[in-house]
Design a protein around this ligand. Sequence first.
Ligand code: BGC
Length: 260
Amino acid sequence: MNVQLKNQRALVTGGNSGIGEAVVLALAEAGANVAINYVTHPETAKALVGQIQQHQGDALALEADVSNPEAVARMFAELDKSWGGLDILVNNAGIDGPRAPAWEVDLAGWRKVLEVNLFGTLHCAREALKRMVAQKRGVVLNMSSVHEVIAWSGYSAYTTSKAGLAMLTKTLAQEAAPFGVRVLALAPGAIQTPINQSVWSDPKNYEDLLDKIPLKRMGQPDEIAQMAVVLVSDVASYVTARTIFVDGGMTDYPGFAHGG
Ligand code: BGC
């Protein structure tokens, strides 16, 4: 099996930390040229660009808040100028928002989660698909979560955004398939990144989390990144319109390992 992305032009949103950063590095290692979108910490995006240019291929750092459609359009215009378009989009940028039950939640904060996770994905996918449909080639990979199917108290905006992503993925996939373009989603479980640091850095919270994972450990960003590379490569040329779960069994309802 040959997972090869030589000469492919990829864009990863939220590419300068956590899972996004691991995906950026794995795509570069597989031979792709990678554009790293970021909204804060330009220095980390630029450091990644330097690292890739030194060891692998071309790389770019592109600032844009994905929830802003004009900023996204400007980012794609930059990509056109530098690389003449793109072949792979990984919609990774996401936030979870503060934890609160829906009846107490701040509405502006709730809306922001939807704007980044769902509208942000739509904004980038629209720009990418325009180009991919015209060139009759390309892959859009949306970063979902186990919470597209598992409810999570206090995070109704996040779970709703991820459930929405699943259907957005399926519908965009149906629209793009006649043009040879694939759209699919990857749903990580508990991956050790800054987004859930308050859980894994506290022994009690960590133990509680491990009870929810049949493999009894958190995942590492690279375990998501490797699967992302496979899914955007021709190894997965017949896979579209689906969410692939990479979650150590979290969606296998480990509570049912005993009792009933
Ligand atoms: C969240 C993490 C969480 C994981 C499993 C992810 O979507 O971003 O904070 O640990 O789901 O619950």
